[in-house]
Write a protein of this length. Structure first.
Length: 349
């Protein structure tokens, strides 16, 4: 197997890993220092991160028994796959999508079954129902907004997936790492709206994107309490250290700031999209903090190198299945986005 890597190059403008371009709220560092001053460093942290889970539960209006927190949503996904597909299970997904879903599935010994997305990268209700019924994966992934395409699935697709996995006893996982960039609350659809104790639906979220905490490694899942209880049997004891837990609780006090940052990113995404429309590239509608684009009649990898030569780093997806010549740019600060657009125009000239 190959490992999972995103090449890091020393450049001025780094738009390759979908981080927040903005720092956490003002006063965050000072408040954190204060909290850490009173930590009992000789003691293990709260074993199942109870206080943090209570905070996350309050944010969503659910019980702490419906929340599991972990070191990034990657660890959430790993725990979930160990629990429901480890050894000889089956994992279903729609390609192209976030590479870690299949990567972790293979690492835990599961078989990966894949369906290809439509040319507009949507999955769609009919296709998801057919695929789930035919392949009967133990765990079926939907990623919405999808990485790296930015595609948002409509509620009917999520409902159809849920119905299909319920028929044979599978679990549906909706990865919503980028959900805050799809639109304003209230009114924006999230798979969380379909959750209850009887429904085999897990929704993954992260603090790495809209919450601006990629350095910390914190993510969580919302799920029926029986699924959370199973996952807690699998995850290592004390897996979430005290600093991560404290940072998470502190961050939850600044939910409004996270919403403001997300709105600023969405505005910049729309500006980027508008300018891309004036360049010889094809780009796809995105509900995330990045845009997938394909330079017309040009070699994607060569365009990527041309950008690097101008000190701008984007993600080179050009060799990924179904993404020939495609590149993915993360929405940065207004200044970074302008530098990216200027560099891209120069490369394509
Ligand atoms: N899900 C998706 C769709 C992602 O794109 C990413 C990060 N790139 C993650 C999960 C993982 O995020 P983290 O482990 O930082 O929470």
């Amino acid at each position: 197997m190959k490992g999972y890597h995103s090449p890091q190059v020393d450049v001025r403008v780094r738009l390759n890993t979908n981080e927040s371009p903005f720092a956490p709220a003002e006063g965050f560092r000072e408040a954190l220092a204060e909290r850490l001053a009173s930590v009992d460093w000789n003691r293990y942290p709260p074993r199942a991160a109870e206080p943090l889970r209570a905070g996350i539960a309050a944010l969503h209006g659910v019980s702490p028994d419906n929340v599991i927190a972990a070191n990034g949503s990657n660890e959430v996904i790993q725990t979930l796959l160990l629990t429901y597909a480890g050894g000889n299970g089956r994992v279903g997904l729609f390609s192209p999508t976030y590479a870690l879903h299949s990567h972790i599935a293979r690492i835990v010994g599961a078989e990966v079954v894949t369906a290809t997305r439509a040319p507009d990268f949507r999955v769609g209700a009919e296709a998801v129902a057919r695929f789930a019924a035919d392949e009967r994966p133990d765990v079926l992934f939907l990623c919405s907004p999808n990485n790296p395409t930015g595609t948002v699935e409509d509620p009917e697709t999520v409902r159809a997936a849920l119905e299909a996995v319920s028929d044979y006893g599978g679990v549906l996982v909706v990865d919503e790492a980028y959900i805050q960039f799809t639109g304003r609350r209230p009114g924006r659809f999230t798979a969380v709206d379909l959750q209850d104790e009887a429904t085999p639906l897990v929704v993954c979220r992260t603090f790495s994107k809209a919450w601006a905490l990629a350095a910390v490694r914190l993510g969580y899942a919302l799920a029926p309490s029986r699924i959370v209880a199973e996952m807690h049997k699998v995850v290592l004891p004390y897996h979430l250290d005290v600093m991560t837990q404290e940072i998470g609780m502190l961050c939850l006090q600044h939910a409004a700031a996270a919403d403001r940052r997300a709105a600023a990113v969405v505005a910049e995404r729309e500006r980027l999209a508008e300018h891309l429309s004036g360049l010889p590239v094809r780009h796809w509608p995105s509900g995330a903090n990045f845009i997938l684009f394909r330079p017309s009649g040009r070699d994607g990898a060569a365009v990527w190198q041309g950008l690097v030569d101008r000190s701008v780093l984007v993600r080179d997806c050009s060799s990924w299945e179904g993404l020939r010549d495609c590149l993915r740019v993360t929405v940065g600060t207004p200044e970074e986005n302008t530098l990216f657009l200027e560099a891209l125009a120069a490369v394509l000239r």
